[in-house]
Design a protein around this ligand. Sequence first.
Ligand SMILES: Nc1nc2c(ncn2[C@@H]2O[C@H](COP(=O)(O)OP(=O)(O)O)[C@@H](O)[C@H]2O)c(=O)[nH]1
Ligand SMILES: [Mg+2]
Length: 234
Amino acid sequence: MSSSRRQLARQISELIERPRTEAVKASRPQVIGITGPPGAGKSTLVDQMIRALRRADQRPGVILVDPSSPLTGGALLGDRIRMQEHSSDEHVFIRSLATRGRLGGLADGIDGVLGLLGEVGFAPLLIETVGVGQSEVEVAQIADTVVLVLYPGWGDEVQTAKAGLLEVADIFFVNKADQGDAGPLIGQIEAMLALSSRDWKPPVIGGSALTGVGIEALLSAISAHVNYLADADR
Ligand SMILES: Nc1nc2c(ncn2[C@@H]2O[C@H](COP(=O)(O)OP(=O)(O)O)[C@@H](O)[C@H]2O)c(=O)[nH]1
Ligand SMILES: [Mg+2]
């Protein structure tokens, strides 16, 4: 780790302790939230997004939020190992943040961190959170664009407990299409979205974070959403 990196890491730790929300909000770069149930493939997808963004000469900053719940215990270590490949790339910044069992209040501290990463030239910024409890609502408050990662077989839950998840998503990514037929879940989501009165119609993309299929389509959809937000000045 270079000394400037070490300094950045220290500043981030300080910001988590002492949020400075107001000052940085205006200068913050585009923030993309990646959420979804445990095991959906969020980290694998983030890894692919980093690669694609690097190919496009961008400098992504990534925050992995670990709610430290029994549900996700241990997952973070795997994420870090998987993403270690990027640790030698000075144009990628990856940091994991533990939230002591809940996301509540995280928004304040994280705003400062995002502002700081923007100031030192990282953009876009990606935040991975597990879509359990309230975290998906919180990530929607922080992120400009929320990507919900699901996978075939998850569909039984679509109609019930996870309705909140569906409402906060700006883009759906039905992952693991290499493993199972993504079609039925895509159809189910689209049927639900057809009932929505939202002005923005969330695209539903099938793909595989493992093979990279659908990643370019995902990045295009994110750009389209960013343009939509800019046009309407939302
Ligand atoms: N077959 C298949 N497996 C995947 C895909 N994406 C992720 N996985 C696997 O699913 C597991 C969970 O992935 P991970 O990215 O850690 O999920 P997260 O908990 O949502 O961050 C890992 O074993 C991945 O290798 C995919 O597109 N296809
Ligand atoms: Mg993960």
